[in-house]
Design a protein around this ligand. Structure first.
Ligand SMILES: *[C@@H]1O[C@H](CO)[C@@H](O)[C@H](O)[C@H]1NC(C)=O
Ligand SMILES: *[C@@H]1O[C@H](CO)[C@@H](O)[C@H](O)[C@H]1NC(C)=O
Ligand SMILES: *[C@@H]1O[C@H](CO)[C@@H](O)[C@H](O)[C@H]1NC(C)=O
Ligand SMILES: [Zn+2]
Length: 291
């Protein structure tokens, strides 16, 4: 092989072995952040505007919400790759569960990473740049942990389950990261995230989520954050059995998921985004208050 074709085939190999999608897309992360922005205390806002070096009142969290997905692709951030998910070794749809010991491992996972960077932000031994990174990671991981397929090992979190959505070939993980959120908002821009967040904020303040928020953040404390994050991961993982693939993965590989399947999943996606946004607000409050 020539050097060029060797490089080309190596690039292909790398492309083929890397999961094609690894997080709620920017839309999902930005919406989580915008919901959180609405519910943080004024002193929390001031604290994180300072940590993030951004005095915008509306977008200081949303602007950095998906930064971690770019950072993990750099040499500097590559070590954080496993921190975006937890590979629950359960057996959906028969049995869903997360076992921290079994599923997180020494390389770390979204549960241990969310706890780790929260703790770092509370103990203020970090320098300016490290604090900013820790804040961006907490904002991001609070979103990832709410995506059911980030809390599942099967077929690499659904990346290896080939499906069709509105006539386009894709995979189940991407459907949950991108297609369903974009079907909810009819777009993927920051403006779409603002519109979606406004709907979710209304549902939290005066709609169907209103009576649930107390439960969402029950027991949320920074000194118990790993247990809290584990509970969040377990809720997401439970959705894998009940909503993502209640009849197993094979049935999803035939037909198109853009119709009935997406309609059936939208409620869960909205709930997960709203819930994680509200939880992120309370987590950021707790971090700011612990300073
Ligand atoms: C944000 O506002 C604070 C307080 O007014 C100011 O000290 C700081 O320089 C501002 N930061 C940026 C990035 O504009
Ligand atoms: C915890 O944070 C430190 C950086 O402060 C990092 O080196 C380490 O990889 C992190 N571990 C996990 C599991 O997040
Ligand atoms: C998206 O489009 C659908 C169908 O055209 C419509 O029912 C829905 O209200 C739109 N959603 C938003 C958030 O604009
Ligand atoms: Zn991610």
């Amino acid at each position: 092989m020539t050097e060029i074709s060797r490089m080309a085939s190596k690039a292909l190999l790398v492309a083929a072995t890397l999961p094609s999608a690894l997080a709620w897309g920017p839309l999902g992360h930005e919406t989580v952040a915008l919901v959180a922005t609405e519910f943080v205390l004024p002193e929390t806002r001031a604290f994180f505007q300072e940590v993030l070096g951004d005095n915008s009142s509306t977008d200081y969290l949303a602007a950095v919400a998906s930064w971690a997905d770019d950072w993990k692709k750099t040499d500097e951030g590559a070590f954080s790759y496993n921190y975006h998910f937890i590979d629950a070794l359960d057996e959906p749809p028969t049995s869903c569960n997360v076992d921290l010991e079994r599923d997180c491992g020494e390389s770390g996972c979204v549960v241990s990473a969310l706890a780790n960077y929260t703790t770092h932000l509370v103990q203020s031994e970090l320098n300016r740049e490290e604090r900013e990174i820790a804040a961006k990671l907490v904002i991001h991981f609070a979103g990832d942990i709410g995506q059911p397929l980030h809390c599942e090992n099967l077929a690499r979190g659904g990346n290896d389950i080939a499906v069709t959505f509105d006539g386009e070939a894709t995979n189940l993980h991407s459907v949950w990261d991108y297609n369903i959120p974009e079907a909810i908002t009819n777009g993927s821009t920051r403006a779409d995230a603002h519109a979606w967040a406004a709907d979710l904020i209304t549902a939290i303040r005066a709609g169907p989520y209103r009576c649930k928020t107390r439960n969402w953040v029950a027991g949320l404390r920074v000194d118990d954050i790993e247990d809290v994050a584990l509970r969040w991961a377990r809720e997401s993982n439970e959705d894998v059995c009940t909503v993502v693939m209640p009849e197993g993965a094979e049935v999803l590989e035939v037909g198109d998921l853009g119709g009935e399947y997406a309609e059936g999943a939208k409620g869960t996606v909205k709930l997960q985004i709203a819930k994680q946004g509200y939880r992120l607000a309370k987590l950021l409050d707790a971090i700011a208050q612990a300073q």
